[in-house]
Design a protein around this ligand. Structure first.
Ligand SMILES: Nc1ncnc2c1ncn2[C@@H]1O[C@H](COP(=O)(O)OP(=O)(O)OP(=O)(O)O)[C@@H](O)[C@H]1O
Length: 782
């Protein structure tokens, strides 16, 4: 042992002197590994300490070396000499380890992976291919041009910069013996640096003809740097980011699969797996990265066997977690709230309007929850402007009058601010202290946090910052979450940690058909505000072609003359997309050409929060007349004096999103006008514009949206990533979702707290992904 140690020390010493830093970083660990093998030495544990004595080694080299030694030790090489093996042994490594623990991932690659939302080994393994490259089917460029995925091989011959209205668009021309094809690089300017002339590439994508030439804008590529290509294989093609190549990503994923795949246990109980003929998890994962020829033909068409197995698992865990949570919440006893009805009556009397019948009905439901001694866990759905916030505030007032605090969480700072501005003013007269806590503040933050912990602030309005550990409430009684679709089960559960157990009211203006809502939000009771305030006039909607922009702006002018305000909404921020309107350009036109004497401002998501806030505050106070915006304004903005909205490139938005956007106007007693400017003559676009012009019912529009755009595009829910599914899409895969719900019911009927030995894997996985399942934790004595 002593001998080995000395020899290894010597190697380290010699090598760290010989190798410069750069080489050390790239290859020292490999080198040492080979040495260990070559020398057939055992690796003594003390060496881990010895490594620290070599200052010449860079830190990263040291850590890689340490890690490798550790793995060797774990593999049982402590006692016997290491015998060289033809291929390295397959090791099982914890899936939650950082990607940095994978060979070949240094700080630079780590950052690149992080940009793809890959942080752990598991993330990497669940980063599934976007496309597959069938090398057995490489076709000549002359033959491309149908709507199916195709692969060609060619050489980069030149770059072209096409002048467009919005800047210079990169096109990269690829050539083989039969012809040329252009890669149209929207938002991928970095490809100019990577795909330089002379590079040979494999190109997989959807090709089309444009102006007599072949081109593709939906493609993935792989640089071929050796002649050694296996032409038979089907290879995964992953979404990339600047600096990361297909080859590198493939090799990292393969390494992760080799070392970590075996830790993924089957969570679906065997009888269920057999019933639906579901593939085992590790096999399914492997097959998605490396499909066989038979599963490949399935993959491009519909959900493959492997996808179904993984989707089923995701849904089963999700369904179980909702049901278990609901069960826990129902079992939980809390102190009933004593309702101060007199105070609420007084508050309601002071409102400048009558509550709608629907509002009264939902307030009653909330009252029942609060006085029942059980926890409220309610989803409040309602069309835009149906008065959800007011209902929630009334719920909040009950809690505050009972001596507890309320947290109200908004999805954006703009919205948090707006709620704060509005409610701090209104509630001041009723002796209620409202505080604002967002991520952006600094100086006032400490002060407000202290006040929250002392219970001096009654209603705290904020963003996700409210979930931070440093925010401690004195006595949190109710949490109101504004806009459900940005807030998932995991977050809902995290709130529970803020207080013994708060009541929960979630508001959503995303109209989700009831059956789907039940499956997706099965842990919540659902209330619907299905009536708009009396006197609220529907927003008049008209649709013009983009060519008639002038007419739209004339309409804006007439509203401004009446002293009202306007929104102009555009889909894109930068000059990236050829055809799209963008805020900067439209802002310039409006300010300089159309309304030089009006106050025009620009707002989009990329502005610093402070600036966004200032603009929104000035707009809501009437200091800005025209607000040019991206869809940042889509949720919840409430400026009753803004009554006209122009939406540019309206065809780019989903119907439900257009409905949300136009819900920003006509919120007072004036008639609102929404002008949709669209481009394109297709039947689909015409039909969508027609629906918007003719319908004002959010739920109907949502259903139309579902029918027309297909469930995969359903507004809000999927994009938000809140449901945290890797592969599953509740809208597209609703049949699997239903089955998973059924099975979850069977499992829980038999074992409500998941205590049986056969359900332990399931339980562990739910706890890892969602929340702790502790049956006693919530049983608090009233
Ligand atoms: N019963 C009512 N009668 C008249 N106006 C009302 C009534 N209830 C609320 N309002 C007003 O309607 C506007 C919209 O209300 P609120 O913000 O509560 O709706 P919301 O459903 O939360 O809207 P959104 O989802 O669009 O943000 C507010 O200006 C509010 O004061």
């Amino acid at each position: 042992m002593e001998m080995d140690r000395e020899r290894l020390k010597k190697i380290i010493e010699q090598e760290s002197q010989r190798l410069d830093n750069q080489t050390v970083f790239g290859g020292f660990d490999q080198y040492l590994k080979k040495m260990i093998q070559k020398l057939s030495i055992s690796v003594p544990e003390e060496l881990l300490i010895d490594v620290d004595r070599y200052p010449q080694m860079s830190n990263s080299a040291k850590s890689i070396f340490l890690r490798d030694l550790e793995t060797y030790l774990k593999d049982g090489h402590q006692s016997q000499p290491f015998t060289p093996q033809p291929s390295p042994p397959t090791k099982s490594v914890d899936s939650q380890l950082s990607v940095r623990t994978i060979n070949g991932v240094g700080p630079v690659v780590e950052k690149q992976l992080n940009r793809l939302n890959i942080y752990t080994r598991e993330d990497l393994i669940f980063y599934f291919p976007r496309l597959y490259q069938d090398r057995g089917q490489i076709i000549p460029i002359a033959k491309v041009g149908s709507s199916v995925l195709q692969t060609v091989m060619g050489m980069v011959v030149r770059h072209e910069r096409i002048a467009t209205r919005r800047g210079r668009l990169l096109k990269i021309v690829i050539q083989d013996k039969t012809g040329q094809v252009s890669l149209v690089c929207f938002n991928r300017d970095f490809l100019a640096r990577i795909l330089t002339p002379g590079k040979k590439i494999l190109l997989t994508g959807f090709f089309q003809m444009a102006y007599g030439k072949k081109e593709t804008s939906r493609f993935e590529y792989e640089i071929i740097d050796s002649e050694d290509i296996q032409f038979e294989s089907i290879l995964p093609v992953y979404g990339l980011t600047d600096g990361l190549t297909t080859k590198k990503l493939r090799s990292l994923i393969d390494t992760a699969l080799k070392t970590t795949l075996s830790v993924f246990q089957d969570t679906i109980p065997q009888p269920i797996r057999e019933k639906y003929h579901l593939q085992r998890k590790p096999e399914a994962i492997l097959e998605l990265h490396h499909p066989s020829r038979s599963s490949f033909s399935e993959l491009n068409k519909h959900r493959s066997r492997s996808q179904i197995a993984l989707i089923f698992e995701e849904f089963l865990l999700f369904a179980l977690s909702l049901k278990v949570r609901r069960h826990q919440i129902q079992a939980c006893r809390v102190q009933p709230i004593v309702l101060d009805r007199k105070f609420i009556d007084h508050f309601v009397q002071k409102l400048p309007f009558e509550l709608t019948f629907a509002q009264k009905k939902v307030i009653k439901q909330i009252e029942n929850n609060l006085t029942s001694g059980s926890l409220m866990n309610r989803l409040l759905q309602g069309d835009v402007g149906s008065g959800k916030t007011l209902v929630a505030i009334i719920g909040a007032l009950y809690i505050v009058k009972a001596g507890q605090q309320v947290a109200m969480m908004a999805p954006t700072e703009i919205l948090a601010d707006q709620h704060y501005l509005r409610w701090s003013q209104v509630l001041k007269d009723f002796g209620i202290e409202v505080g604002l806590l967002t991520g952006g503040q600094s100086k006032e933050k400490d002060e407000i946090i202290e006040k929250i912990s002392e219970g001096k602030v009654h209603l705290v309005i904020g963003t996700h910052a409210l979930l931070e550990d440093y925010v401690q409430f004195n006595q949190l009684g109710l949490v109101i979450v504004d806009e459900q679709h940005r807030f998932g089960v995991k977050q809902r559960s995290r709130l529970k940690e803020k207080a013994v157990v708060p009541h929960l009211l979630v508001m959503s203006a995303t109209p989700i058909p009831r059956t789907l809502a039940l499956t997706l939000y099965g842990d919540l009771d659902i209330s619907v505000l299905d009536e708009k305030p009396v006197g609220r006039k529907p927003v008049e909607t008209v649709a013009f072609s983009m060519k008639e922009q002038a007419q739209a702006f004339q309409q804006v002018g007439s509203f401004l003359e009446k002293g009202q305000q306007a929104f102009v909404v555009c889909p894109a921020i930068e000059e990236s997309d050829l055809e799209l309107s963008n805020v900067n350009e439209v802002y310039g036109q409006l300010k300089n050409k159309w309304f030089p004497r009006s106050r025009v401002e620009l707002i989009h998501g990329k502005l610093p929060s402070k600036e966004k806030d200032d603009i929104m505050i000035r707009f809501s106070r009437g200091g800005i007349q025209i607000l040019v915006a991206t869809s940042v304004i889509e949720v919840g903005i409430d400026v009753p004096n803004a009554n006209v909205m122009v939406i540019e490139n309206a065809e780019r938005f989903g119907l439900a999103q257009l409905h949300q956007l136009r819900g920003r106007i006509g919120r007072g007693d004036q008639v609102g006008l929404c002008v949709l400017l669209y481009q394109g003559k297709s039947q689909d676009i015409q039909k969508r514009m027609e629906i918007m012009v003719n319908t004002d019912d959010g739920f109907l529009i949502a259903e139309e949206d579902l029918k027309m755009r297909g469930p995969g595009e359903f507004y809000g829910v999927r994009q938000s990533g809140i449901l945290e599914f890797h592969l599953a899409d509740p809208f597209r895969d609703w049949k699997i979702l239903e089955k998973a719900h059924e099975e979850a019911n069977f499992i829980l009927q038999d074992d409500p707290r998941l205590q049986k030995p056969e359900n332990q894997i399931l339980k562990k996985e739910i706890e890892r992904r969602f929340f702790q399942i502790s049956s006693d934790e919530l049983l608090i004595e009233a």
